[in-house]
Design a protein around this ligand. Structure first.
Ligand code: APR
Length: 268
């Protein structure tokens, strides 16, 4: 494979802790590969000002219990509490912009002949940064649909005392996100598995790699001979299985990588 010179952890000789330094053989490889997939998580949007889920202090799950807010049972039990929590998060998403990490991935899409962006994020920031081929595995918080008939709607009542209802069937409206215990959208998941298996290079960026089935995609790619590159602020269960690991902020590492591979400076 592609041994590297600098390592930070004994159990993974290919770890590199410097932000701007990339193994020359990796750079050469990235200049000639064609099929690339990138899986992203909440860490990619952290530098835009959105909280992640599992960061010890700042993560949403450090303050809120997922079983109270992000499950069908929670919505059944207290739909208003769940609706209001997603409404608060939706406003937070609307208030932020993509960062250099998002724009770097848009540039990569232009450079790699076959590029698939697989995201767990529900914030739509990849699309806002101009990335086209985006598979949303966990839905999108900016979309709302009926919990009964499934009909999507762009508009809903502004009565703050109750959960808005579907114009067609009067069912409760809910955010179009995947809650714990729910299945992922079949088409997006199948396309993500296919793209991961076809990839010559698979990036895992800003994700703790603990939520399945998304967390299994990197290993599916690796089993099919893909070079796996992890970019994350801290080690994850994937770290020992990755071919290259860059620990730090994706909004710094991704633009530096684009600069090193194609001599392009990413601008916001
Ligand atoms: N750059 C790179 N990585 C970062 C940054 C950053 N600026 N900031 C944080 N990280 C890393 C954290 O160290 C952590 O490992 O991003 C990861 C975010 O992990 P999680 O908070 O667990 O988010 P994610 O992996 O996307 O969660 C998966 O879980 O709660 C559900 O549905 C939700 O899609 C989500 C899924």
């Amino acid at each position: 494979m592609y041994p590297d010179t600098n390592s930070i952890t004994d159990d993974n000789p290919h770890c590199v802790e410097t932000l701007m330094e990339f193994p020359s053989d990796l750079i050469l490889f990235l200049r000639r590969v064609e099929r690339v997939s990138a899986l992203t998580g909440a860490g990619v949007s952290q530098e835009s000002g959105l909280r992640t889920f599992r960061d010890t202090q700042s993560g949403l799950w450090a303050q809120y219990r997922p079983e109270d807010l992000a499950t069908p049972d929670a919505f059944e039990r207290d739909p208003k509490l769940v609706w209001d929590w997603y409404a608060f998060r939706r406003e937070a998403v609307k208030a932020v912009r993509p960062n250099l990490g998002h724009y770097s991935l848009t540039e990569m899409e232009k450079k790699f002949p076959e590029f698939t962006l697989i995201t767990q994020n529900v914030d739509g920031l990849h699309q806002l940064a101009g990335t086209k081929n985006v598979l949303e595995l966990h839905g999108n918080i900016l979309r709302v649909r009926c919990a009964v008939c499934g009909r999507f709607t762009e508009t809903w009542g502004s009565d703050l005392d109750s959960v808005p209802r579907c114009d067609e069937c009067d069912g409760l409206l809910r955010p179009d996100v995947v809650w714990f215990g729910e299945s992922l959208p079949r088409l997006e998941l199948e396309s993500a598995v296919t793209a991961s298996r076809r990839a010559q290079v698979f990036f895992s960026i800003g994700t703790s790699g603990v939520v399945h089935p998304a967390a299994a995609l990197a290993l599916a790619a690796r089993e099919n001979g893909s070079v796996v590159i992890e970019i994350n602020a801290e080690p994850t269960p994937l770290t020992p299985r990755a071919d290259f690991v860059f620990h730090g902020k994706s909004g710094e590492i991704l633009p530096a990588l684009v600069k090193a591979v194609w001599d392009i400076s990413i601008q916001v």
